[in-house]
Design a protein around this ligand. Sequence first.
Ligand SMILES: *Cc1c(COP(=O)(O)O)cnc(C)c1O
Length: 392
Amino acid sequence: MPKKNDKDSRPRSMATRLVQAGRDKSITGQFVNPPVVHASTVLFDTVDDMLHRRQRYQYGRRGTPTSEALESAIAEIEGSESAIMCPSGLSACAMALLASVSAGDRVLMTDSVYGPVRHFADGTLKKLGVETVYYDPRIGADMAGLITDSTTVVYCESPGSLTFEMQDLPAIAAAAHARNATVIFDNTWATPFYFRPLDHGADLSVMAATKYIAGHADVMLGTIAGNGTHIRRVREVHGNLGLHVGPDDMYLGLRGLRTLAVRLDRHWRSAVTIAEWLQRRPEVAEVRYPALRSDPGNALWRRDMTGASGLFALILKDPDIERAKRFIDNLELFGIGASWGGFESLAILTHPKPARAVVPAPDGPLLRFHIGLDDPADLIADLDAALAGSAP
Ligand SMILES: *Cc1c(COP(=O)(O)O)cnc(C)c1O
């Protein structure tokens, strides 16, 4: 008879999978959670056992019960054959790219890509003889016109960093696959709870688990999920570079995953309430948040995603950067700092324009908000007071 945690005969929703995944009894034993194994050396009973690798664990870098639990949980929610852990979200993005290109190749990358990935492509990939060409995130099926014989990777991120454009992944992937290009999709914003990239045509799904998976602003972690040769190539490069994530961070990633469904539901509901309130304010020119009816990406968001996270952007009517700074500095419940996806609320001032190659970014300052788990009424009161206090 199969052990209780290993039974898997009835349909399970994503919320249930988040609770059950990665809890194979061969990993956890009689406990609910896996052990946090701190290990470099793994001991063998005999020389022959070591020579013939006759045991499940060989060496700390190559896997422990802690890493197995997290990797199998991520693979299950991504719907992939396997998943690989990286020391940060950026290292996961860079690894997926590095594993999928050779010298002479061309990468097509969304112009709305996370800034440090652009930096990796324009610097490190270029030095290795790989050219990166940027495309309009809203290109959809017109992607077919950009792909050449040397295009081996199409890189997507949706919605886009800072500017929140939605991408038509199925249309982009169809064009890419017609020419045998690999599609990499950065899914940090929606997470597999609201969108599973591999089900919509991506070959590799990448996430900064630093954000919503860990969820508490205390861990750096990246994940890559995929099938067949795509994920095997990543595993090869990942192994060659000797990458490894410490067991405490992996444990915290797994702990965060358990509450992802309830946290995201709250982030989403509060963010919609607050974004709609901001839209009605006379000081506000535009709110960029695909979950809003008014957002240009709303139709794609409703077609493909089953929910939204708590990150959006705002453009004020007043282009005066000092006014925008006063607004953010006046906030009491929103921290000022990089990253997002934790339980707390954040507000930052950004200027995407200098980074864009194809699509012009908004002229004025862009304010990015992460709506945390605070009571939305308190956050609105805070925003109200800070806006009033920022008036010239
Ligand atoms: C934050 C982020 C990353 C990088 O993650 P780190 O864990 O900070 O390295 C990559 N992609 C997107 C979309 C991000 O928001």
